[in-house]
Write a protein that binds this ligand. Structure first.
Ligand code: ADP
Ligand code: SF4
Ligand code: MG
Length: 341
């Protein structure tokens, strides 16, 4: 369970744009363990999709990647494009927000899954069709045999997303990236799709990286959660821990935004404002312009520090962050650890 499948090592992604450079992901360090469901959460524009596309090798040419992304022990940046293409749809696959864009409108749903299998596995038509049918049944398509030749538009949005998930799992990937897979769906359908992902994860042991802008979604199926803000990872924790004891002011704000959630203790947490323009991000802590607990120290970037028990946090309010900074630059720590309440 704790074997490392993916390592992001100081990963940064910058997009060249007319207005200069957009720092979409900055200095992300994170390990994903085999067999876990990891939730990556943050408001829109925080760099979640960019990080996922970096892992898939699907960033646009204008993107510059710093650091290393290691998958099954191989540093992906050093692989030729042909090898990365071979990994996609085979060892790693992705489910996007809108199922309509992932399926070819002109072909039957079953054939599209069978094609994915043939492309990577070199098996015959009969075998790939049998496997596609089995997958359609597994993801809960009723009367799969009859629906096999249906084009995507004959299915509801929820059913289409099930087909996309079946196609993504066709070759039993080690990693499934699901980028807001339920955002475009009705609430009741959302819950069904999340249940499906959880069941499939249990059956196949697939590692899932689930991206969401809503903590409620990751709470349903994730083992661990990483909170991203303005391109940076600001807190990582096991899901129950994060909900019981959110530490980062941004995590608290996200929790307080959940419907029906009682407010976390402490100062006012409702955070006005927006994710900063990543073409010109604030120096130091990128959350400082919205943070109700900002101090003079926050003009320096807080390092993401190990706080024990599987938690990591990047905030000057945390003794772990302050201790890590003191180790990195002895004598330059803003206020000695322990002098903050
Ligand atoms: N192709 C691109 N060119 C320039 N900037 C981009 C591009 N794609 C995304 N961005 C910018 O990168 C930042 C992160 O975007 P994204 O990864 O889509 O965030 P999220 O998935 O968390 O909503 C945003 O500021 C967005 O505007
Ligand atoms: S480092 Fe400072 S500004 Fe950033 S979240 Fe912590 S207290 Fe707020
Ligand atoms: Mg996104």
């Amino acid at each position: 369970m704790n074997e490392t499948l993916v390592q992001f090592r100081s990963v940064g992604v910058r997009y060249a744009s007319g207005a200069g450079e957009v720092s979409a992901v900055r200095d992300v360090c994170l390990d994903l363990h085999s067999g876990e469901t990891f939730g990556l959460v943050g408001e829109s524009g925080c760099g979640k999709t960019t990080l996922a596309m970096g892992l898939m090798g699907l960033l646009p040419p204008a993107a510059r990647v710093d650091g290393d992304i290691v998958f099954q022990g191989r540093e992906l940046g050093s692989l030729p494009e042909s090898e990365r293409r071979a990994l996609r749809g085979d060892r790693m696959s992705m489910v996007f927000q809108d199922p309509a864009t992932s399926l070819d409108p002109a072909f039957g749903i079953g054939g599209q899954i069978a094609e994915t299998i043939r492309a990577h596995r070199g098996v015959g038509r009969k075998e790939s069709k049998a496997r596609a049918l089995e997958l359609l049944r597994q993801v809960g398509i009723p009367a799969a045999e009859q629906r096999y030749f249906d084009p995507p538009h004959r299915l509801s949005g929820g059913m289409r997303q099930r087909v996309v998930i079946a196609a993504a799992l066709a070759n039993q990937p080690a990693l499934l990236l699901a980028d807001e897979p339920t955002t475009a769906l009705d609430v009741t359908i959302q819950a069904q799709i999340l249940d499906l992902l959880r069941d499939l994860q249990r059956q196949h042991g697939t590692t899932i990286l689930l991206i969401a802008h809503d903590l409620g979604v990751v709470a349903q199926i994730c083992d661990r959660v990483g909170v991203m803000y303005a391109g940076q990872l600001v807190e990582v924790a096991p899901v129950a821990e994060l909900f019981a004891r959110p530490e980062h002011p941004y995590t608290r704000a996200l929790l307080d935004a959940l419907p029906g959630k009682t407010r976390t203790a402490g100062p006012l947490r409702v955070v006005a404002g927006e994710v900063p323009d990543l073409a010109d991000p604030p120096s130091g802590c990128r959350f400082k312009d919205r943070c109700p607990q900002r101090t003079g120290d926050c003009d320096r970037t807080p390092p993401l520090a190990d706080a024990g028990a599987g938690r990591r946090i990047a905030c000057w309010l945390s003794p772990a962050t302050r201790a890590a900074a003191a180790r990195q630059a002895p004598g330059k720590s803003p206020t000695p650890v322990g002098e903050l309440s």
